[in-house]
Design a protein around this ligand. Sequence first.
Ligand SMILES: Cc1cc2nc3c(=O)[nH]c(=O)nc-3n(C[C@H](O)[C@H](O)[C@H](O)COP(=O)(O)O)c2cc1C
Length: 157
Amino acid sequence: MKVLIVYDSVFGNTEKVARAMGAALEEPAEVAVKHVGDVTSDDLTGVSALIVGSPTRKFTATPAIKAWIKGLPPGSLEGVHVAAFDTRIEVTDDTPGILRFFVKLFGYAAEPMAAKLVKKGGTQGLEPAGFIVEGTEGPMGEGELKRAAAWAARMPI
Ligand SMILES: Cc1cc2nc3c(=O)[nH]c(=O)nc-3n(C[C@H](O)[C@H](O)[C@H](O)COP(=O)(O)O)c2cc1C
């Protein structure tokens, strides 16, 4: 069983989440955790599960993650369980109303990423998930790395 976790990360938080997920899946799978810029087509060979993660930036995934998913050949994820996650800021009562409105309207990165992975032939393995960073640059919210590991551990591999 081979699992590939592909991430992008500007301040390092999404990378930390991806690595926590990798550690959770290490037994019994063979896991590779790779920055989106380092993934080659060989990395996808024989993969039974693919998890893709991105920071939410302007309500969507980073250009690099979007381009990578777009560049996957049609049908290339047939037989692969796929899941997507993002990191995001928490919307609270203190969040300015206009930002709350846009978040409601445009959402986060994970759901459209997951839909695109399914469009490439993948089978959704887990519901899309978002993990909270404190402020813009982090660190991760309390307990979020643990929650991320528990989410990934449910991935069918
Ligand atoms: C330019 C910019 C746009 C952002 N847009 C959003 C957004 O639309 N929604 C959100 O929840 N967080 C947003 N954030 C916060 C990021 O999600 C946060 O910086 C990111 O999760 C940190 O992950 P990283 O350390 O892996 O880059 C934004 C941050 C920046 C710098």
